[in-house]
Design a protein around this ligand. Structure first.
Ligand SMILES: [Zn+2]
Length: 484
């Protein structure tokens, strides 16, 4: 595909792409023989990348990928285990270690920030180095993000897309510097931090210097940008959406039609489609007809940014894989992961692997376990015995194919597991059983997968440290090791 070199060329392209809504998640896997032929024919792409797209599936550990693949195949009416998600078809990959400076198990802040800055930090820290202390304002700990460097040193445009509030930990890791991920609006900033010169995440996004600020930001989080007098959280009276729109060539939009118009006009666009997070896909038909899907936002972002003369860097996060896992909502979590795969498919379709590095990974894992089940069985259902009735575990109760290690579906004090009799375990609002009761399912600390294609993708291999992914992206763009 030729990258359009004028904004007008990409404008028409953008309208067409935003209008095209559906795409299959992916397809059946290649035979082992064909996979070997592909591997033998493969040669590393060593030229510099024009564009880099970083996909973060929040909480998308290996077991989530496996379960999502099976569910996606089953929903497509074919065998799930042998199905391919979009990133299953990418040529390179490996495993990534995800700890923080203070914990074996990372949160999204450190996990995403390690990838975007090359510095591991404390849990809760974003865009700061390993010397930061949680909640202590110390701007000397700030480290530039990959996106800030790409724009300042190479003139790349910057895009951020998330199904969370754009001030949430993972999207903020592209543009913000805070020792506490909760500082999303001025109302969330402790007085001591304000006095020490720290600024909230929303204000950092809008107030960034021209040579560092994102050109496109799509997701939720409107309340962090609006004053309390207009229904938002801000106490400083500022409407940051108006401040964004006041810049030349910039527009604020809040619905799907507005986004399509902004892309068609080639504008710098802040699109905030929900007060906090965009709803789960499973809720969309009744709650969110004008909220774009992750796939639509991905199409719009690439269509808009492809017009940029120096190329672009783009972060796309699927936030609800993690948020639904926390709530034990297994159907919602895996549905969000299928949506993530659709977004990756769109990026693969709209870009050229000769000039665009696509990196797909997770910030951390979740404690999801695949316990058993027959090849044709609904992966959201129960393990069955030879008669087709649920097979009973040693406690005399049926065992779901998928359970959580911890979570709100854990056994209450003094009680065993619920019997599940009469329970529709595939329902969207079903809270999946967990081994140990916890109000929110815990992240898990094992390695997460990474998948890559395009220039520099061959460097994504083996056992990697999370900050190494920053180095791969930096090298792909030929940014020097040290910022000037
Ligand atoms: Zn989480």
């Amino acid at each position: 595909m030729t990258v359009p070199n004028s904004r007008r060329a990409a404008t028409a392209f953008g309208v067409a792409c935003v209008a095209a809504l559906s795409l299959v998640a992916s397809a059946a896997a290649a035979t082992p023989e064909a996979a070997l032929d592909d591997a033998l024919a493969r040669s590393p792409i060593t030229n510099p990348a024009r564009n880099v797209i970083l996909f973060i599936g929040d909480g998308m550990g290996v077991s989530t990928v496996t379960a999502t693949r099976i569910l996606a195949g089953q929903r497509a009416g074919v065998d799930g285990a042998s199905y391919d998600l979009a990133f299953d078809q990418m040529p390179y990959g490996g495993l990534v270690r995800t700890y923080s400076t203070d914990a074996l198990v990372t949160d999204s802040a450190n996990g995403a920030s390690a990838i975007t800055t090359g510095h591991r930090t404390i849990n809760g820290g974003i865009g700061v180095d390993g010397g930061a202390r949680r909640g202590v304002c110390d701007p000397s700990r700030n480290v530039p993000t990959f996106a800030q460097r790409a724009k300042r040193e190479l003139g790349k445009a910057v895009g951020v897309v998330s199904t969370a509030a754009v001030t949430d930990a993972s999207p903020a890791a592209f543009f913000a510097h805070v020792p506490d991920r909760n500082w999303q609006s001025d109302a969330d900033l402790p007085p001591a931090a304000r006095e020490a010169g720290c600024v909230d995440i929303a204000a950092q996004l809008i107030g960034a210097p021209e040579d560092q600020r994102p050109d496109l930001v799509l997701g939720g989080g409107l309340s962090f940008f609006r004053p309390a007098t207009a229904g938002g959280r801000r106490q400083d009276g500022q409407d940051l959406t108006a401040a964004w729109a006041a810049r030349p060539g910039s527009v604020f939009v809040s619905d799907r039609d507005g986004l399509a118009a902004a892309v068609a006009a080639g504008q710098d666009v802040l699109g905030l489609f929900a007060d906090v997070h965009i709803p789960h896909e499973l809720n969309r038909p009744t709650t969110a007809p004008q909220i774009p899907t992750l796939e639509e936002m991905t199409r719009a972002a690439i269509a808009r940014l492809a017009a940029e003369p120096q190329g672009y860097v783009l972060l796309i996060e699927a936030a609800h894989i993690d948020k639904a896992h926390h709530a034990g909502l297994i159907n919602a979590a895996l549905t969000e992961a299928i949506e993530f795969s659709k977004a990756v498919a769109v990026a693969r379709e709209m870009t050229d692997p000769a000039d665009t590095l696509i990196l797909v990974t997770a910030d951390h894992s979740h404690g999801l376990v695949l316990n058993g089940g027959g090849r044709g069985d609904d992966v959201l259902g129960l393990i069955k015995g030879p008669t087709g009735a649920p097979r009973l575990a040693a406690d005399g109760r049926p065992l779901p194919i998928l359970t959580y290690a911890t979570g709100p579906g854990g056994p209450r004090d003094g009680e065993g597991r619920p019997s599940l009799e009469g329970v529709d375990v595939t329902a969207p609002d079903h809270v999946r059983q967990a081994g140990v009761l916890s109000p929110s399912a815990a992240h898990a600390g094992e390695d997460v997968p990474a998948y890559a294609q395009g220039p520099g993708a061959y460097l994504v291999t083996g056992s990697m440290d999370q900050p190494y992914l920053f180095q791969v992206m930096r090298h792909a763009l030929r940014l020097p090791a040290k910022a000037p």
